[in-house]
Design a protein around this ligand. Sequence first.
Ligand SMILES: Nc1nc2c(ncn2[C@@H]2O[C@H](COP(=O)(O)OP(=O)(O)OP(=O)(O)O)[C@@H](O)[C@H]2O)c(=O)[nH]1
Ligand SMILES: [Zn+2]
Length: 370
Amino acid sequence: MTADPRPFSSLGPGITERLARARGDLRMGVPVVLAGEGEAALAVAVEALDPARLTALRALGTPELALTSHRAETLKAFACDGDIARIAVPKDADTSWLKAIADPQDDLRVPMKGPVRGLYGGSGALHRAAVLLAKSARLLPAALLVKVEHPLALAADHGLTFLRLDETMPALSRLSPLDNVVAARLPMALAGAGRLHVFRPDDGGDEHYAIEIGQPPRDRPVLTRLHSACFTGDVLGSLKCDCGPQLHAALAQMGEEGAGVLLYLNQEGRGIGLANKMRAYSLQDQGFDTVEANHRLGFEDDERDFRIGAELLRGLGFSAVRLLTNNPRKVAMLESCGLRVVDRVPLKVGKTAENAAYLATKAAKSGHLL
Ligand SMILES: Nc1nc2c(ncn2[C@@H]2O[C@H](COP(=O)(O)OP(=O)(O)OP(=O)(O)O)[C@@H](O)[C@H]2O)c(=O)[nH]1
Ligand SMILES: [Zn+2]
């Protein structure tokens, strides 16, 4: 478990709590204050920005748009600082212009958004933090920033969340401690007797679940499925992916063996959230594959954090697994977190005419084993 960085002497919110607030602020279109090395800015998520706030931000200075290099590439702009691009905002640009730059939905229908002018020189540190915050709020990875001179006073005067980069960046990459808040008996049609554990992260993020089938002994490798939430596949029976059949096959196999652990991580859409996954689906309907769609939106192919799976297993007392997966990255990530993966058990079910191309792309581009 990672130590909680909160100073116990303080009654006010620590960085973990202020980050949780910042996610809520960004989702509501409220700016947050970011303070770095000798520079500071107000940052707001483009997806949630309304015209009145844009006007108020413009009154403070010249706004700049922060995008990931993936999104910038599709706009024929270049990154200014590694993975981050800074884009000039024309004087007459309104929220529709900003949203069209951030959201690739209409790229093909309205191809001439530009020319988009990249800004170079200087640091992209504030921009990177703003984009990472938007991502962690499950919004499109695009933020509008306006440099400001007196960040603390501004935050205090307007009741805005204040974040220092030197505490924000480590906190964003830190794995939050997860508390096993409750467990109860759950009989299941496919797996038989089980117990569902709810794990709650200390950072106010999504809860994750571990379903124990039977009573797996802790001193032996346990048959494990590390499953990522897929509302469309798991619940609706979507034919676009293989998630539902994989979930059911894993439960059935655990039921047959009489023991197993199903880890259900709430990392919908490979960690980009359902709204962004549906944006990716819409791009797939325009001809892009699953990886290209993620990139056009500004995401990496896979934004999941599999450290959570390792933490859940450890929390339940397991140190070795037989992992049901076709994804070698899951094996590597669990091993790098100190879990022993003694066997990879293939899980090849649910191939349909509708998902054949999706599965082929995962094999060709993401290293999945067919
Ligand atoms: N972004 C995005 N996510 C998708 C798409 N199709 C399915 N997903 C998500 O992909 C994830 C699939 O999760 P898993 O089945 O656990 O993982 P996997 O990487 O396919 O590996 P294994 O199933 O273990 O072989 C879920 O979070 C789905 O919501 C898509 O086209 N785009
Ligand atoms: Zn799915």
